[in-house]
Design a protein around this ligand. Structure first.
Ligand SMILES: [Zn+2]
Length: 73
């Protein structure tokens, strides 16, 4: 009996181990979900999408994010 071992490679899988943070222009090493620590916070706050693109109301959200961060520090 012989079995064929076929490797099935799905072709639209996003590589998890990318060398850089997904945020545009950031060169830090990704630590979580493809982002560096800082940009993961941004992602959580809704500042950037998981592709690393800025939200439409980025400026507004960033101000809110920055001020809430200052308070908790
Ligand atoms: Zn980053």
């Amino acid at each position: 009996m012989s079995e064929k071992k076929e490797k099935q490679v799905p072709n639209n899988v996003i590589p998890l181990a990318s060398a850089r943070c997904a945020s545009d222009g950031c060169k830090a090493k990704p630590t979580r979900a493809g982002f560096c620590e800082e940009h993961f916070e941004w992602f959580k706050a809704g500042l950037i999408t998981k592709e690393g693109q800025r939200a439409l109301d980025f400026d507004k959200k960033y101000q809110h994010f920055a001020s809430s961060k200052r308070k908790s520090a």
